[in-house]
Design a protein around this ligand. Sequence first.
Ligand code: B3K
Ligand code: ZN
Length: 873
Amino acid sequence: AQIVRLEDYQPSDFLIDRVELDVRLHPTETRVTATLVMRPNPEGRSDAPLVLDGEEMNLKAVSLNGRTLTAEEFEASPQSLTIAQAPRQPFTLTVETELNPTANTKLMGLYRSSGNYCTQCEAEGFRRITYFLDRPDVLSVYNTRIEADRDDVPVLLGNGNRIESGSIDGSDRHYAVWHDPHPKPSYLFALVGGRLGRVSKTFTTMSGREVELAIYVEPGKEDRADYALDALERSMRWDEKIFGREYDLDVFNIVAVSDFNMGAMENKGLNIFNDKYVLASPETATDTDYAHIEAIIAHEYFHNWTGNRVTCRDWFQLCLKEGLTVFRDQEFSSDERSRPVHRIAEVKTLRARQFLEDSSPLAHPVRPTQYREINNFYTATVYEKGAEIVRMLKTIIGDDDFRRGMDLYFERCDGTAAAVEDFLRAFADVTGRDLSHFARWYEQSGTPRVKVKGHYDPDARTYRLDLAQSTPPTPGQAKKEAMAIPVALGLVAHDGSAMSASCDRVDQRGVFLFDKPEDSITFTGVASLPVPSLFRGFSAPVKLSLDLPNEELLVLLRHDTDSFNRWQAAQSVAMRLLVYLSTGVEVADEDIDAFSAALCSFTDRNAQDDPAFAALVVTLPSEADVAQEIGQDVDPDAIHRARSEMRRRIGQGCAKHLQRFYETLTVSGPYSPDAASAGRRALRNASLDLLAAADPDTGEALAVRQLESASNMTDRLASLSVLTTLPGAVREEAIARFGDRYRNEPLVLDKWFTLQAAIPEDGTLERVKALMQHPAFSIANPNRVRSLIGSFAMLNQVQFNRADGAGYRFLASIVLRADELNPQLAARLLTAFSTWRMMESTRRSHAEQVLRSIAQKPNLSRDVGDIVSRSLE
Ligand code: B3K
Ligand code: ZN
């Protein structure tokens, strides 16, 4: 297959200044007439033919400057439309195409969802609507006229502002014309047509302009969009206050659709969302759903500046908009909720997804240098590690210079298609710093490992830290260089008192920049043996090796002023015990008891003031986390047994405390998704989970009672989740009743699918197969497939990785079926195999066999072909 390389980037030979689109919506024969006002690019080649991208369309006519071209004057192939003799002066090209949105199961380009029409163009979907220079560095002003049947399609939406609408005399059709004054790349184009309900409010921007905000949803579900609308308003206010960014159109529309390949899409002025990230009511959405809605609404809105006003030169620069925008949405959520709690959640996701990817055959740099299918690079590395790079930059240069650098970046790059270099240059220019070493974070893949050893000299009252860094080889990068790693650090005395030690290598913000393979720093005035607290706030995306004994980690849990490291300390102890238990290293009972006692007293002290934080502290690393830590010859059954044993021991050791939390942390009054109430529910439900692990009978009784009396989905789902860990008739009855109660709520059934797919028992594979026959399940709907099949593969360590290989064969069969309909969905599912090399040999050989059999299939999509071949490399 064709490989696209960063080093081959060439500016486009032609530009498209204006686009007039006329779209006549029809279920199977939609007509699109595109009039493109074009000219040769002075920066392009002067003798080049005009080659427009296209895919799966029916070409009806082509005309140049108003004259219809004969078949000899152009060449149309399935992927392109070529005019060999294109004019060397400005010209107008008109292309008429016909498409079938009903047959479009890839959910790219124009397609139908629940009878409505919608589009998805990123990365390369616009070429499925018309022939075009479908690349992000071609920016055009769009005018879109949409026409449709008035009764079937009463709502017509496009990018920008609506400038005209009306009926077509003598017919049952109507139209609307939308104009977007901001030049944009084709991937930000969108249109929607359908029967939709609406909620709206007016927003006054910082300079006093009025903007109409609206969210469109399935009729009857309007009240479920209120929270999203509120989150949108808060996002807009926040971006004004924190980054000085104002919105730039008269309307901002969001449409929720039920068939969508990812979370949402930032089309200019017309965001299209997976309805999972818009619709929420206390009865159907959990606290986590509310938090995700808030974050994704913010993320897509923030793209208006980081992505749309400043867009990407080419797809290799994807992190320029995604990493930066994730950073911005993380900051927003941190300001709206609890910053320490949010930081821990970010790091948990980063480790579970990005560290995993970075140690897998699919590892790639934050800015990749080549791809076969760009849709396979919307990854945790580009998004989450990309955000960590921005965060490190801010840590290194400080808040004020970071804001000045952002301002300069916007000022310089507004209206352009930029590259990572432009971003870094803005910060280099405002600080006078050389950021070329730091830029390596975009180029080098793999998670650096930092080894640290501490040496205390009581006579000299000095404490020295010896640091060494290394990054393991990754695909295409055998040799690694040292990275510029900001280490935020401090020293903690054993009794918890503050230490007045100092070190001239540590800046006023407490950060040491570790940018060599090895280095040492020395603190003076250290009155007693300290416990080092390193990478405070998780100041860099690295793996730290520092063998502190459990007692010292528990000192950090009790006394560190950095809350991230308090949590980290508990996780480190838990991880050490879990790895020992999983790999047959003997663990003394006292070690588990000491840990459990420390957890009891810690949660006791924090339960009332910060229950969300306490809930994170009592939650053990997941089975997948433990597998990743072990890293090779992994036996998922042993990990499952170890973790179950630990949960039981902690549940028993802390039973009194947990019972008390369970009884006292109730939330009175009507449901509210705010962080404080959500925190109480989180600790209460984490307590229930551990109580059930310690004593299944009590746990079952409590869970059944909670399931019946719960007034919101968070508590209801948490109790059902606890019941799924307790095999028997009570569980089956609870599962059946829940499924029946929500039989008309697909988004709730998704949660129900997920819980069942994650049951770590032998019967689960059959259960999952049976659920595929459920009337709500559809292989064509990404949410359903991910909830049932994706959860089985990603959450159920023991059953997906069954020793007999049946889990792998099942996933492969689904991937192949899905690939015929929706390659992006299929490729995403297939990434569940990225851990295959770390399994023990029996599982490893089953997985390899299954991957090889997929690789041999004829007619694989480029998406699946790419993932399978890289997984086997
Ligand atoms: N930019 C989109 C992702 C598009 C994915 C294309 N396969 C959503 C986001 O990151 O905001
Ligand atoms: Zn994004």
